[in-house]
Design a protein around this ligand. Structure first.
Ligand SMILES: C[S@@+](CC[C@H](N)C(=O)[O-])C[C@H]1O[C@@H](n2cnc3c(N)ncnc32)[C@H](O)[C@@H]1O
Ligand code: SF4
Length: 438
């Protein structure tokens, strides 16, 4: 891989890769919904695909310029899909351990739309006992009454897409908000008293310099969020940046990978000096004893995840699946009373082990004993050659019983993980943090 940030996906969000998921696995997925559950933990992901503007770096399934009637129709469909899923033998009666409202921009919805959506979902799924209910927000979509409504609707973790504090950088990257809206929204979030708050940053947006990045980190520190997520900018093919560059015949002016890594490295040190600890390749937490990531940890350890919404990714009884990826197909399926499954994959036991191994490594360490008990294979001996290469490259702490990544290994994690993939799996996974986010 060259050091330049070239077009293409880099982030590993699942295994086996999406390129292997097929429509002919849909009957298997439906059969899994129709059978009793075999996995203990259950979560719910809802995709809200609306945004005020499409950020030039974003590759998620999002719609802008939508009519109020489209939002209404979609919200009704989400509630209808929830009731279809909740009535299946695999899901009926099971408590939700975590809920995640992702997007797109869930906070795009008005207070009235949110109240109706949550009431519709509650008709099928109770989540009063869920350990975590996360809600993603874009700063400019929030108002004080909306933030208070989110609290009373039961959201426990608010995740704010800040990305950067420099107005020129926010504008150049097509963000719909400026820094003043971040501060305004943050004050409302703090005042509402959510159990947990998170801020998303991106290292290496177009126009970023080390000085502007340092200012963004300092201003983020001043917010004192419970956790901070830092992604390194990648340029999947379906982004505005890549399409514009192709039309104009040029390259996107994004810092190269070593520079972005150095910026994240600096940020990890700076947050560390302020009392935060590194909790994964992307996440810093202020108080590890208090801040949990139920969504991330349970999903990465193989929990079931019922996925609602267009193009959503789910996981049930050991199968991967994705919902219909087109607006009309999704709505037509749900409105005619069908689960809107588009494609799926039944991984082998070995592939499920690799999935948990690589996702676990994003936290910097694996619990080899847990994986051995669950899959009957000791990953330390099974991938001894890979561990040896990682150690020789300075990516793994030497002499540990359970593999532990060095800072260097953490910063390059998505480039290193394909070493564990099987040849038959093809190239590293394609685009999309959706449903396996952060
Ligand atoms: C669904 S968005 C968060 C909520 C809301 N839509 C927003 O942007 O404020 C999820 C996060 O993915 C990250 N992201 C999106 N595109 C990215 C890219 N090309 N490279 C790195 N991170 C990206 C951003 O940090 C963004 O906050
Ligand atoms: S980064 Fe967030 S706000 Fe921007 S287009 Fe993607 S989902 Fe929408």
């Amino acid at each position: 891989m060259s050091d330049a940030t070239e077009p293409g996906s880099y982030f590993v969000s699942n295994y086996p890769p999406f390129s292997r998921w097929r429509a002919d696995a849909v009957p298997d997925v439906l059969a899994a919904f129709a059978a009793p559950p075999i996995t203990a933990d259950l979560g719910l992901y809802l995709h809200v695909p609306f945004c005020r503007k499409r950020c030039k770096f974003c590759y998620f399934r999002v719609y802008t310029d939508v009519a109020a009637s489209d939002v209404e129709r979609y919200s009704v469909a989400l509630a209808a899909e929830a009731s279809l899923a909740a009535a299946t033998p695999a899901v009926a009666g099971r408590p939700l351990r975590y809920v995640y409202f992702g997007g797109g921009t869930p906070s795009f919805l008005s207070v009235k739309q949110l109240e109706r959506l949550v009431a519709g979902l509650h008709a099928s799924f109770g989540w009063d006992d869920a350990e975590e209910v996360t809600f993603e927000c874009e700063p400019g979509t929030l108002s004080e009454p909306k933030v208070r409504a989110l609290k009373s609707l039961g959201m426990t973790r608010i995740s704010l897409g800040v990305e950067n504090f420099d107005d020129a950088i926010l504008e150049a990257n097509g963000r719909a908000h400026l820094s003043a809206e971040i501060h305004r929204a943050w004050d409302w979030i703090v005042a509402a008293g959510f159990p947990s708050t998170n801020v998303d940053l991106i290292a290496g947006m177009v126009g970023e310099t080390f000085e502007s990045w340092q200012r963004t980190v300092e201003r983020t520190l001043a917010l004192a969020a419970d956790s901070v997520t830092i992604y390194q900018l990648e340029l999947p093919y379906n982004t505005v940046f890549v399409r514009d560059a192709k039309d104009g015949g040029g390259a996107v002016p994004v810092a190269d990978w070593p520079t972005k890594r150095a910026w994240v490295d600096w940020a990890f040190d700076r947050f560390g000096a302020a009392g935060y600890s590194v909790s994964s390749a992307y996440t810093l937490v202020r108080d590890p004893a208090r801040v949990q990531f139920r969504y991330r940890d349970m999903l990465w350890e193989g929990s079931d995840l019922v996925a609602l919404g267009v193009a959503s990714f789910g996981h049930l009884s050991g199968l991967h699946y994705q919902n219909e990826t087109q607006w009309d197909d999704y709505l037509q399926a749900v409105e005619s009373g069908r689960l809107p499954i588009h494609r799926g994959l039944r991984p082998t036991r070995r592939e499920l082990l690799i999935r948990e191994l690589v996702l676990g490594l994003k936290r910097g360490r694996i619990d080899a004993g847990r994986l051995q008990r669950k899959f009957g294979i000791d990953p330390r001996t099974e991938w001894a050659a890979v561990w040896g290469e990682l150690e020789a490259g300075g990516y793994l702490e030497p002499g540990r019983t359970d593999p532990l990544l060095t800072r260097r290994g953490l910063l390059e994690i998505d480039r290193l993980l394909p070493s564990f993939f099987e040849d038959s799996a093809g190239p590293p996974p394609g685009a999309g943090k959706t449903a396996a986010n952060s």
